[in-house]
Design a protein around this ligand. Structure first.
Ligand code: G3H
Ligand code: 13P
Ligand code: ZN
Length: 349
């Protein structure tokens, strides 16, 4: 199966009532870990790369690794997504490279730090939607701002500083025509999301439910959705790491989200933790080793295990063979003809 659009994956997920994990990558081993997990669980999957990842891996390496992933897994629907595009130009360059899906994160200005105004967000997102849809590429927008900073990206602060306003979410979806909508409900990027197991005072699932009620057919996206499991923290600390005690987003809250319109779930940190723990273990237990394969093999296996577990928990497992790929040029025709609806259904308050 060639690379497919995220829009197709999420439309199918909505029909099947499940969520699709979107896992971040920077290198070949991470792509392999995801594809092996997808094969193991027969899951459709979204692989995503941030601006930092594109810089680290170099665009062409990344793109050709993704092509290899598609080529080696003809039975797995696979979308290649740009995570947190900061400007029209970043999204345009990703689309020119061959990404089948982009996120225009207009919730922040192009510096990736300063919260943008609603109008600025609408303007840049609409511009990306027009360009992307003409080429059959899907677009994720963001309304509200997540907490934390990853690789210099993010407004910092708590996840509660700029949570999504449901009325603005409706207006944003109507004005932009995005295929999916990332919302801010108290989560942050990175390992330090919550100082104790989150309850409704910090993880605003009520807000998610309110947004879903107003936009019942819109594919919602949960960012900052690593669960930061204690066992992965413990392995790192057992082998010389210095992680402070922390909590992520419990899987059962994500599952509640999936029952209420969440179709894409972004996970990066859990995989970073799994990789780091596995590498630390080898370094601590076998300090004589220096062949990178000796530590990258268990690191890759540790990530595969986490990804496969999430695929089962999000419900995408077993759905790889449900449908045939729609080519990207055919997606473009679908947008042009109006067959692919971009006006959201809005329910009364
Ligand atoms: O959005 C955050 C993802 O975890 C990607 O992080 O920007 O450090 O690559 P990054
Ligand atoms: P985590 O840091 O919780 O894994 O979030 C990743 C993310 O949202 C990528 O866009
Ligand atoms: Zn994110």
């Amino acid at each position: 199966m060639a690379l497919v659009s995220t829009r197709q994956l999420l439309d199918e997920a909505a029909k099947g009532g499940y969520g699709v994990g979107a896992f971040n990558v920077n290198d070949m081993e991470q792509i392999q870990a995801i594809m092996w997990a997808a094969k193991e669980t027969q899951s459709p999957v979204i692989i995503q790369a941030s601006r930092g990842a594109r810089k680290f891996a170099e665009d062409n390496y990344l793109y050709h690794l993704m092509l290899a992933a598609a080529e080696l897994n003809p039975d797995i629907p696979l979308a290649m997504h740009l995570d947190h595009g900061n400007s029209y130009e970043t999204c345009e360059s990703a689309i020119k490279l061959g990404f089948t899906s982009v996120m225009m994160d207009g919730s922040l200005k192009a510096d990736g730090k300063t919260p943008a105004t609603f109008e600025e967000n609408v303007e840049v997102t609409r511009k990306v939607v027009d360009y992307a849809h003409e080429r059959g590429v899907s677009v994720e927008g963001e309304i509200g701002v997540l907490g934390g900073i990853e690789d210099g990206h993010g407004a910092g602060g708590s996840g509660l500083d700029h949570v999504t306003d449901p009325d603005q979410a409706v207006e944003f979806a109507e004005l932009t025509g995005v295929d999916s909508l990332a919302i801010a409900i108290g989560t942050s990027h990175g390992a330090y999301k919550f100082t104790k197991k989150p309850d409704g005072s910090v993880l605003k699932m009520d807000l998610l439910l309110a947004i879903h009620k107003r936009l019942p057919n819109t594919h919602l996206v949960m960012h900052g959705s690593s669960s930061v499991p204690k066992d992965l923290q413990d392995i790192i600390n057992q082998y010389g790491g210095k992680l402070k005690e922390t909590w992520g987003v419990p899987v059962e809250e994500i599952q509640l989200g999936i029952k209420n319109g969440v179709r894409k779930i972004n996970v990066d940190t859990d995989n970073r933790l799994a990789i780091t723990g596995a590498i630390r273990k080898v370094f601590a237990e076998s300090p004589e080793k220096f062949d990178p394969r000796d530590y990258l093999t268990p690191a890759r296996a540790a990530m595969q295990k986490v990804v496969a577990q999430r695929m089962v928990q999000f419900g995408q497992a077993g759905h790889a063979g449900d449908y045939k790929a729609i080519s990207i040029p055919d997606m473009a025709k679908g947008y042009a003809s109006g067959l692919l609806v971009t006006k959201p259904l809005v329910a009364a308050k």
